[in-house]
Write a protein that binds this ligand. Structure first.
Ligand SMILES: Cc1ncc(COP(=O)(O)O)c(C=O)c1O
Length: 481
């Protein structure tokens, strides 16, 4: 439903005060997504209808090709579509602050090794690469892991322990495609792509655990042990460091997780894509990164699959990673270069994180569980006046200020999509990325400041309505969460 059809249309902004108070009172007591314009827009987008009837009901409007069901948009595609409906496009993107995209800035970082600007294309690289990857690159990965995490250990990685894939999602899909009928543990919130993996590969029976702020959104190893005993878990899927909360388990805790997997014959699929994005307090710790590889006893026997990557590219099942890019990646894995890169990026990103946290605190949005890793801030909005206190409405309001964040519900890994969005544990959160350059972060923070100022001045009734309609058919922005 568009804003013009609702009682809270644009004209609502000049409604007399007492009526606005009544309107606000209504908004404040919203308990269901049906009451909220931002949520109705979300549900109207293809693939976002509630599912959960068994057998699954297919919406005939969405089933344009018989038997093919719209998979729904991943959060970034939905958010990009909504941003375009609000005037965003790449030509004018400099006016916008994109704190939504799950990708770090791409320019040169001070003191980091120079970024490659071109890659050679030897003739034999135009052939398919082996599906497991180019041997020299597999060797470079094994060497780097041995150098970083396994010095002095008897059991060392060789190229045979490594498979090169086109990206995180395709790696996860390959793993999921060969898993048998098992109970698979996952956590909420986590990387949105797990939603698609767990929905597409039905042999994995998903077993959720909701993480909470009291536990700093840490993977709860004791809970996992209990679930193995009581629920018969056979596979555990988790990101560490964690998207979107920026938390990480390391040291003894990570060791216990790896030991638990080994001792109980449970396969641990650990997504360590953010292993370099760590922000130590102590100067001497810059350059350190985290991996379960440090705690593996026998690299050929322990049931741990590590998913990591140089960058973010590709989608779903595929025929192997791009050949010339694999060749170009080999020198990037030189341990000396990696160390220089890690130190530079950690210093640079730590500065950006601290800057954003400080500015958020000045705006009255103190982050309860500040990120120690990744480049994300999991921001709780529950103390804001309704309806700004839910992630989807906050997102829509920021779009009007040319700023993109990601509503928390996208990180509610919920493969059968059964719940009222208002009941999601991620409902009152947004994820802010401090991946972009500092000036973009400031632009976004200024926008948040404007929205909060307006809330102070006009109250909650100024929000939650008059949103622009989506532009249909714009799904080319396959960016990454
Ligand atoms: C936890 C996690 N793993 C992996 C990836 C990268 O996946 P891909 O290479 O498919 O973009 C991301 C990207 O946002 C991520 O958040």
């Amino acid at each position: 439903m568009s804003g013009a059809n609702t009682p809270f249309s644009a004209s609502g902004r000049s409604t007399p005060l007492h009526l606005r108070d009544i309107v606000h009172d209504v908004i404040r007591h919203y308990r269901h997504e049906k009451d909220s314009e931002a949520h109705r827009i979300f549900r109207q987008s293809a693939g976002h209808k509630p599912k959960g009837a068994v057998p699954q009901t297919v919406n005939p409007d969405e089933e344009t090709v018989p038997g093919i069901v719209h998979p729904g948009s991943t959060g970034v595609i939905y958010c990009s579509d909504r941003a375009m409906a609000n005037g965003f496009n790449y030509a004018s993107s400099h006016e916008w602050a994109n704190l939504g995209q799950g990708a770090p800035e791409v320019g040169q970082i001070p003191e980091a090794p120079p970024r490659p600007t071109s890659i050679p294309l030897p003739e034999d690289s135009l052939e398919y690469a082996p599906t497991t990857g180019v041997k020299a690159l597999r060797e470079a990965v094994a060497n780097l892991y041995n150098q970083q995490y396994r010095q002095g250990k008897l059991s060392q990685y060789t190229y045979e322990n490594v498979c090169i894939v086109p990206g995180g999602r395709s790696g996860l899909s390959r793993v999921a495609a060969v898993v048998g009928d098992v109970y698979c543990s996952y956590q909420i919130p986590d990387y949105t792509a797990y939603d698609q993996v767990l929905s597409a590969f039905k042999r994995l029976v998903p077993v959720p655990t909701a993480l909470d702020a009291e536990n700093k959104y840490r993977l709860d190893v004791e809970q996992i042990k209990k679930d193995i005993r009581t629920q018969g878990l056979e596979v555990i899927l988790a990101s560490n460091p964690r998207n979107p909360t920026g938390q990480v388990i390391e040291g003894e805790e990570l060791k216990t997780l790896v030991d638990t997997a080994r001792e109980n014959s449970v396969t641990l699929i650990l997504d360590e894509f953010y292993s370099w994005y760590m922000y130590p307090d102590d100067e001497k710790d810059f350059g350190r990164s985290v991996s379960s590889a440090e705690f593996i006893d026998n690299v050929n026997q322990d049931p741990v699959i590590i998913v990591n990557g140089l960058t973010k590219s590709g989608s779903f099942l595929d025929g192997g990673a791009n050949h010339p890019l694999q060749l170009a990646a080999i020198p990037l894995l030189d341990p000396e270069r990696v160390l220089q890169e890690k130190i530079a990026l950690q210093k640079h990103f730590k500065h950006k994180r601290d800057h954003v946290l400080k500015r958020l605190e000045e705006l009255g949005l103190k982050v309860e569980v500040p990120p120690v890793a990744t480049f994300y801030i999991w921001l709780n909005l529950e103390h804001l006046p309704a309806p700004l206190n839910n992630g989807l409405t906050f997102f829509e309001e920021l779009l009007m200020e040319k700023t993109i964040v990601i509503p928390g519900i996208f990180f509610d890994i919920n493969p059968s999509h059964r719940r009222n969005l208002f009941h999601s544990p991620c409902h009152c959160f947004v994820r802010l990325s401090f991946g972009p350059p500092l000036e973009d972060l400031d632009k976004g923070l200024d926008a948040i400041g404007r929205v909060l100022k307006k809330a102070k001045k006009e109250g909650g009734s100024a929000f939650g309505h008059s949103y622009k309609k989506s532009i249909d058919g714009i799904h080319q922005l396959d960016k990454h969460i």
